[in-house]
Ligand binder design. Structure first.
Ligand code: ZN
Length: 308
């Protein structure tokens, strides 16, 4: 497992200037979002927490100690019940690096692939995150804290009078993507498999876009129409809003397939697969040209090699 590209330009958001706020979407079910979430098409990591009669489950741990402390502070403003569970939607640093700030009594939940990655690749990943987010953003002080228990398919957690489900729908952005479903509130946290609503695009950092398409379609089918999705870096959205990244990924797949049929190189494919209709996204240059087109090219090449 490795990142396909690194960014040397401006970070997608400034980790030194994030102000987290919480909003109660249903009794005891809180969504945590950066305060600029309605002003931008891509912001810092979202999170959340669910309060039961006995204990609290937190979704995501954020990038660094400061942001994890902000998140824990938002929980403490609402309840003094113990934070019994913490779920990481992926191994990505902005979702899992803050684990070390939570009490020892908190059970960290990850997919087995996320746990394995964090155990084996943490220092490489820290280097990647320092390259992406910049130095002096608290990443240097992070301590790796892999999961205590793992979820391969589905786990129901009873917080006391309230069930929360942790599910794996398949590869979406990483092999270990987990989603968190609060059935009574009909809220689903999805992490990075959806960055934000339109015009935001998926980031295929590990390629395999055909699997991403299948997984996003499964998530869409699972959700009732009135459900609310909390994407990894944007404002709440509806299940119908998944159609936008699905359409983009299918168009990308078709266009890169044509380029391969025509025998184009990856550079020529970048020229041919402009998809300028999607250029409104503030991170289009990075997501589409630097990450997604080369990733789709490579994935389709590998699949064709397997068929040949
Ligand atoms: Zn993220």
């Amino acid at each position: 497992m490795s990142h396909t590209s690194e960014q040397e330009s401006a970070p997608p958001w400034d980790a030194a200037h994030v102000n987290l706020t919480s909003k109660e979407m249903a009794p005891g079910v809180f969504v945590v979002m950066p305060d600029d979430v309605f002003a931008k098409d891509h912001v810092a990591t979202t999170a959340g927490f669910v309060i039961g009669e006995r204990s609290v489950l937190v979704v995501e741990a954020m990038l660094n100690g400061d942001l994890a402390s902000q998140l824990i502070g938002l929980v403490r403003r609402e309840t003094s019940k113990p934070i019994r569970y913490l779920v990481n939607t992926s191994y990505h640093g902005d979702h899992a690096y803050g684990n070390y700030l939570f009490p020892d009594s908190t059970v960290v939940i990850q997919h087995p692939a996320t746990k394995r990655y964090m155990e084996e690749n943490f220092e490489d990943d820290r280097r990647f995150m320092l390259g992406l987010m910049g130095k002096g953003k608290g990443i240097e002080r992070v301590q790796s804290r892999p999961g205590d228990i793992t979820v391969e398919d589905k786990l129901s957690i009873d917080l006391g009078g309230r069930i929360v489900e942790v599910r794996h729908f398949g590869f979406a952005q990483t092999p270990g993507d987990l989603v968190i479903w609060a059935p009574d509130a009909k809220i689903l946290w999805v992490g990075n498999m959806i960055q934000a609503p339109s015009p935001a695009l998926p980031w295929l950092l590990e390629g395999r876009h055909k699997e991403t398409i299948a997984t996003l379609a499964r998530v869409r089918d699972f959700l009732p129409d009135e459900a609310i999705i909390i994407p990894g870096h944007g404002r709440p959205m509806r299940p119908a809003d998944i159609d936008f990244p699905l359409r983009y990924l299918r168009e990308l797949d078709a266009a890169v397939s044509v380029a391969l049929d025509e025998g184009r190189s990856v550079e020529e494919t970048l020229e041919a697969v402009r998809m300028a209709d999607y250029g409104e996204y503030s991170l289009f240059e990075w997501a589409h040209n630097a990450v997604n087109v080369p990733a789709a090219f490579q994935h389709l090449q590998v699949l064709r090699g397997l068929e040949a």
